[in-house]
Design a protein around this ligand. Structure first.
Ligand code: MRU
Length: 363
């Protein structure tokens, strides 16, 4: 995607061939800043403190973290310790474990002297694969938007939650990929962007991306979705996900479940866009088994914003002295999901639906 006319990915290798550059998402949308990762600890901090976030991008950043670790010390001991340290950064998005396990498995089979180069090559491959997967998700999702446009004969109103955009991946995004492809194909689309409290990934990041790409959109408070659906103002919902179970339950940013309930009640199709590394084939019951990240209460009690004078400030929005709780994700049961949009096509959110697209997992 382009930022001020220049093509960027949210993560890339520096010209020096070893340092890793990322767009610092904690500074968006009020400042566009690039941060440099020079160590595996830098990579761990970038994930933990959410300079990078979004399941696919977390996975690729962790892969580069392993590459930086192998540059520091390619021993078996450090391979194991770096894997463990990066794994502890965030608990919910399964792409983190997927990428780290892939890296460890490949690097273990190599002599220490070969590991750093191989790790950088594999991390770059994972990034490129993510871009291609997201392009394909967009192609399959585009057909859904085309069908809605044909039914309706006017702009298609799409509601999205959190940021499952190109900033959450290596390009295109997951939930936004069909939207960008529809917009680029000349299909009129309008996006309702949930602001996504407490961290405002919708109002800060999705809105910024869509604005940069020229996609018509409107930011709404998280509680507006049900009302918009009741009044026929939402044609489709597209969201991303941090982990999908083998039975089709969907874990995503807190608030997704409520949107799915409202969509069901109003007959609005609710699609979840996901790359296959987001499927956790080891988990069957999403509510019981997926670890939900509990983040700092300060994210609820305080917000960051821009004053009319152009100063970025952090300010309290909750009465002092009250407790605040901050579960970061929730689980939407597969029965509330109209379809899962993957790189291999669209399927129903059930175990058999997933196995039809990924038959190699049947064993
Ligand atoms: O806490 P975050 O910002 O990492 O949460 C991100 C989300 O919940 C996204 O919707 C999800 O990772 C899908 S990203 C393609």
């Amino acid at each position: 995607m382009k930022v001020q006319g220049r093509h960027y990915r949210p993560i890339w290798l520096d010209d020096d061939g070893w340092r890793v550059r990322i767009i610092d998402q904690t500074r968006l949308p009020f400042a566009f800043e690039v941060a440099v990762l020079e160590s595996s600890e830098d990579a761990a901090r970038a994930i933990r403190d959410m300079l990078v976030r979004g399941a696919p991008l977390i996975g690729v950043t962790a892969a580069y973290g392993m590459a930086l670790a192998m540059r520091e010390d390619p021993s078996d001991l450090w391979l194991g310790q770096a894997h463990e340290r990066l794994m502890r950064t965030r608990p919910t998005a399964i792409n983190l474990r997927w990428a780290l396990d892939d890296m460890r498995m490949r690097l273990r089979g190599l002599a220490p002297g070969e590991r750093a180069e191989a790790a950088y090559a594999r991390a770059a491959e994972l990034a490129d694969e993510d871009v291609e997967i997201n392009r394909l998700i967009g192609r399959h999702g585009l057909a859904l938007i085309e069908a809605a446009a044909a039914r309706k004969g006017g702009p298609v109103n799409i509601l999205t939650h959190c940021n499952a955009g190109w900033l959450a991946t290596c390009d295109w995004g997951t939930a936004t990929s069909p939207i960008y492809q529809a917009h680029d194909a000349g299909i009129p689309v309008h996006v309702w962007v949930d602001e996504t409290r407490p961290r405002n990934q919708g109002g800060h990041l999705t809105a910024w991306e869509l604005h940069n790409h020229g996609v018509p959109h409107t930011v709404v408070v998280d509680n507006a979705g049900g009302h918009l659906m009741q009044h026929g103002d939402v044609d489709l919902c597209f969201v991303g996900t941090d982990r999908v179970t083998a039975t089709g339950d969907v874990c995503n940013k807190i608030g997704t479940y409520l949107k799915a309930l409202a969509a069901k009640d109003n007959g609005v199709p609710f699609y979840v866009c996901l790359p296959s590394p987001t499927i956790d084939w080891t988990v069957r019951d999403g509510v019981a088994e997926i670890p939900i990240e509990e983040r700092a209460a300060a994210e609820v009690t305080h917000v960051t914003g821009l004053t009319d004078e152009g100063e970025v400030i952090r300010t309290r929005v909750v009465s002092p002295g009250s407790l605040a709780s901050n579960p970061a994700f929730d689980v939407t049961p597969g029965r509330l999901v109209t379809g899962l949009v993957t790189e291999r096509g669209v399927t129903e959110a059930t175990g058999s639906g997933l196995l039809r697209l990924f038959p190699e997992r049947a064993a």
